[in-house]
Design a protein around this ligand. Sequence first.
Ligand code: GAP
Length: 537
Amino acid sequence: MEKIVALCKRRGFIFQSSEIYGGLNGAWDYGPLGVELKRNLKDYWWRCMTQVRDDIVGFDGSILMNAAVWKASGHVDTFSDPMVECLLTKKRYRADQIEPQSGTAYYFSGIHLRKITSVSLPFQTHENVPAIERIALPFSVLVPKGKPEESARKIARQFYIGRGHVEADIVSLDLEKSEPLENTKLFNPENGAQLSEPKVFNLMFKTYVGATEDESSITYLRPETAQAMFVQFKNVLEVARKKLPFGIAQIGKAFRNEINPRNFTFRSREFEQMEVEFFVKPGTGPEWLEKWKEDRLAWYEAIGIPRAKIHVLTVPDADRAFYSQGTYDLEYEFPFGIQELEGIAHRGNYDLTQHAKASGKPLEYFDEEAKQKYLPEVVEPSAGVDRTVLALLCEAFAEETVKDEESGKEETRTVLRFAPRMAPVKAGIFPLLKNKPELVAKARAVQKMLQPLMKVAYDEAGSIGKRYRRIDEEGTPFGITIDFETLEGAKTAFTSVMGTQVEAGQTDTVTLRHRDSMKQERIAIADLPGYLLAAVS
Ligand code: GAP
């Protein structure tokens, strides 16, 4: 992961938000290459959902919504994680993410403090008399088996000092008892200090709408994009003129005040989702859940994440979200573990029922054939944009020992093997030498020809080998080199990739270099648009 994070910064994929001010935990900025990668991913999802099939329509809802939406959806009351706080450092953790530990627990009941008391004597004089005061304040520490009691005392001392007591005044600690513990989750794995009782912590970011900051102006940044699609179900249904089953698709930002943002962009506080709410006839939800699972698995393969790297988890009843009747998690083998990329949930008619009840507005669908009104069931494939970008980066990253294409010396090549349709830049365009105006002019002409069709990058700096290495690290699948053969004519006759016959001596051919195999071939400039478009679309 460290190598991937470093590459992301070096090449301009992802930067820490507000970096020059020390960053903001859980927020990330996408640089010039990252934004292209992210856009390619979102565009492809959008194309697959709303263009290639005709049973899903697009939608773009607002981030701020009436607070009643979040009350009705259940998010105000139940969208929360149990949180514990380290009594020593005040850092907060998700209670369910604390790793069980074993060791010896030391229970302190308080401290004895040296105190100087001023005693009044006759004739208006005073004397400072030392006294000992006992402060009762329980605190416990877990130390690994075999570590001395002193290490527990050290942590406990820090705790009491943190509560405002001066170190030099602490005479002794009151140790009540010690005992061995197995698999306990009551102590901070980072320092052994006692954790607080779990408290429920709502993950929604609260804000105020308008100039008055009171209860009536509270709303929340949306924690999922889904709710706007439920709330607007009736409006969309009327204008889309669709029959069930049909879906609404949306890509947009969501915000969650995660207790522990971690693993680079994996768990962020601001992120993007790609969600479909797919409305189906009552009783058919389970069957659609299976269909969507297969559809989505195929989609990940199409963006370059192999089926073998995706694990399908049937989420156990106890772990499902409050709205779900059945959920599959599609998980990817990240370097930090197998973790969720997308959730596919059978939400039943939970959301439409809740909003119909809370708003008093009917949200039923009228089935013309059955001449019946009912609330449809919903199957929801919900993918994370940032997590999928991270999976694409992890999947693409490779380091290999290769022979330098110019010197023939062995060296380490870092390469991002993105599927061409995801690659931020599709082709690098290189004049062999920058001080030959004819080569530069031809390279610029090739660039102009390709620019309206796809993202290409012109580069004339450094040796051609260095330029190839640079685009390898950026994941660009093709390198196009304009060389002397381009100007002077092909050395031998050949058939260009699209079937064009090139005679010996014919000008306007270039070297096409492939990122993954590093193979080079000759191609007619006229064949470039057709060949590249087919390869990257
Ligand atoms: N509407 C359903 C829903 O929001 P979810 O499983 O909570 O379901 C869906 O979220 C997807 O959104 C996840 O699979 C993940 O890819 C992404 N996601 C959720 N929380 C995230 C976070 N804190 N950071 C980055 N992505 C997140």
